[in-house]
Ligand binder design. Structure first.
Ligand code: GLN
Length: 285
């Protein structure tokens, strides 16, 4: 039994998404590929479906497809529905236990990679690791590096562990509220902490507001609670000449730079691809 051919399924799916999504047809196609082929998405599979509109998927595949479509109608991030997200060319498991890795954060990962190479750093700690995307990316880029990562959420750490395994890298994890349970010293501390102002949480896009973990987003009244804790705490866990790098919102550059300068760091800011301030970096002399 079938519930329709590819052509009809795409039309129906796109119609259901038309009011809620900007690219209903391409989202419908992506979800159909996943419903039919499981987690092995590829452009070849998409092209195959588009050139074979007469194929009739099985009833089970169709049911899965319409379940995906209805989750998308409820604004669930596509990455949660398909269960994965690419970051810096690697594949990461993601679900509602963690924030979906953002392209913004590739700016932080790239700068961290650059500094590790330039300064020949041998260890790092990723605080608020979430899905583990930064830690796994760095560990993958520099196989000899001693990689550590922490999060306050045991659920998030389960995802991060899975991602380390999936990408075949060794990362040591700490379950820790910021620096509370951290031991050791590191050449580099990186973090994409929560940094949305509490008062702005209700204005976030629906996919974020309804589905992503608030714990990973809410940075307190001025959004800087965690940058303050990092600026204050990191020195006790950094080696001499160590680096601290934090992702920020576009308008937090000056304040976060000052937090670091007050702690004795030399500071520079990296912009993201759209040209907005995105990463504040501090180095100890
Ligand atoms: N960039 C994310 C967003 O705007 C926020 C990430 C964070 O708080 N660290 O949804």
């Amino acid at each position: 039994m079938s519930l329709g051919n590819i052509d009809a399924l795409l039309k129906d799916g796109a119609a259901l998404l038309a009011d809620v999504r900007e690219s209903p047809r391409s989202e419908a196609l992506l979800l159909l590929v996943y419903a039919i082929y499981g987690f092995a998405n590829s452009d070849a599979n998409k092209a195959y479906l588009l050139t074979h509109p007469e194929i009739e998927p099985t009833a089970e595949q169709c049911v899965r497809y319409f379940d995906f479509i209805s989750r998308r109608q409820e604004h669930e991030p596509i990455a949660y529905i398909i269960g994965e997200k690419e970051f810096m060319g690697l594949d990461f498991l993601v679900d509602k236990r963690v924030l979906v890795p953002r392209p913004d954060t590739e700016t932080l990962a790239e700068e961290a990679e650059r500094i590790v190479k330039k300064e020949k750093l041998t260890s790092f700690l990723d605080v608020c690791t979430g899905s583990g995307c930064i830690a796994v990316t760095l560990a993958n880029a520099y196989p000899g590096i001693k990689a550590f990562a922490s999060d306050i959420s045991a659920d998030a750490l389960d995802v991060a562990r899975e991602n380390a395994k999936r990408n075949k890298v060794d990362v040591t994890f700490f379950l820790s509220n910021m620096f509370e349970e951290i031991t050791g010293r590191y050449d580099l501390i990186v973090s994409n902490p929560p940094y949305i102002e509490s008062g702005s949480m209700d204005s976030l896009p629906l996919t974020v507001r309804l589905h992503e973990p608030k714990l990973a987003l809410d940075g307190g009244v001025d959004g800087l609670d965690f940058h303050r804790a990092l600026a204050r705490g990191a020195k006790s866990f950094l080696n001499p000449r160590g680096y601290l790098m934090m992702e920020i919102a576009w308008d937090q550059g000056e304040k976060v730079s000052n937090l670091l300068r007050n702690e004795g760091y030399q500071v520079y800011i990296i912009k993201d691809l759209p040209g907005l301030n995105r990463v504040v970096c501090g180095s100890l002399l």
